[in-house]
Design a protein around this ligand. Structure first.
Ligand code: AMP
Length: 284
């Protein structure tokens, strides 16, 4: 497995892979790898001959009061896990490679970027889309793989690739969960004691929403109410629970089978998100 730590090194490594022939897939991450990230590597390996995984904790997607400084970082472990999973190239750029000078041009996430997490994290998706565009520019993959766990992020990235004609395929892979339903997240490492049990409220609320839909409930307000009750009972401090259109992310009044229940909340100081389509697969 090759490791590239700068723009120059990634250009050389990409060139070497291209010389070897075959297509290239990129899996962008912020490290602290878990089975969710590694499932994206598996999907990438199904789609392309070579897999590049990037590890970069992107400062521009964190708000001033968010957890950039304490975000979990363990590069040695990440490299071991990536190698064991058959990654060909790990790209670990420094901040100076990604942001070599003051950034003048940013990607505007538009209307869908103002919804859901965008409402409480101003500038977050601008930072995400800008760094993903840079990583795509630096690695120049044929396909880039993202997790459904970060649903709004995946929708915005797919939309960016289409609206800005990036010529890269965007693949969205299912959410990997613990056996009890909790979606894997690097931020789960922050959970202490009873918080782990409270965090289960997110997937339980999604299950409640899906059950209501299965039972014939179509009033989105009513489904939201049922999901909120589960979160309250679990001790999750709710940021939002919404039933949205899967493309525009606008809230719907009547739920359809492709509508997505998206939710965010805090357990102690830890902010967690989760989502599920009401009437289709990828259930918690
Ligand atoms: P992060 O390191 O949190 O920025 O995540 C990097 C990529 O892994 C993103 O595309 C996430 O959506 C994806 N990801 C994170 N958690 C999971 C999970 N539990 N299942 C599947 N993909 C995930």
């Amino acid at each position: 497995m090759a490791v590239a730590r700068s723009r120059g090194e990634v250009a050389d490594a990409r060139h070497a892979l291209r010389e070897a022939g075959g297509s290239l897939a990129l899996v962008p991450t912020m490290g602290a790898l878990h089975e969710g990230h590694l499932s994206l590597v598996d999907r990438a390996a199904e789609l392309a001959e070579h897999v590049c995984l990037s590890v970069f904790v992107n400062p521009t997607q964190f708000g001033p009061s968010e957890d950039f400084d304490r975000y979990p970082r363990d590069l040695d472990r990440d490299l071991e896990l990536a190698a064991a999973r058959g990654v060909d190239l790990v790209f670990v750029p420094g901040a100076e490679d990604v942001y070599p000078r003051e950034q003048a041009i940013w990607v505007d996430p538009g209307e869908p970027g103002t919804r859901l997490c965008g409402a409480s994290r101003p500038g977050h998706f601008r930072g995400v889309l800008t760094v993903v565009l840079k990583l795509i520019g630096l690695v120049r993959p044929d396909v880039a793989v993202f997790g459904r766990k970060d649903f709004q992020q995946a929708v915005l990235i797919r939309r960016m690739a289409e609206d800005l004609c990036l010529g890269v395929r965007i693949e969205i892979a299912p959410t990997v969960r613990e056996p009890d339903g909790l979606a894997l997240s690097s931020r789960n490492a922050y959970l202490r004691g009873d918080e782990r049990r409270s965090a289960l409220g997110l997937s339980q609320a999604l299950r409640r929403a899906r059950t209501a839909f299965d039972d014939g409930e179509r009033d989105a307000g009513r489904i939201v109410e049922l999901a909120r009750r589960v979160l309250d009972e679990a001790g999750v401090s709710i940021e939002y629970v919404e039933i949205v259109d899967p493309v525009t992310l606008a809230p719907v009044g009547r739920a359809a089978s492709d509508s997505v229940c998206a939710l965010a909340g805090r357990v102690g100081k830890t902010r967690l998100i989760d989502n599920a389509t009401l009437g289709e697969g990828d259930a918690p």
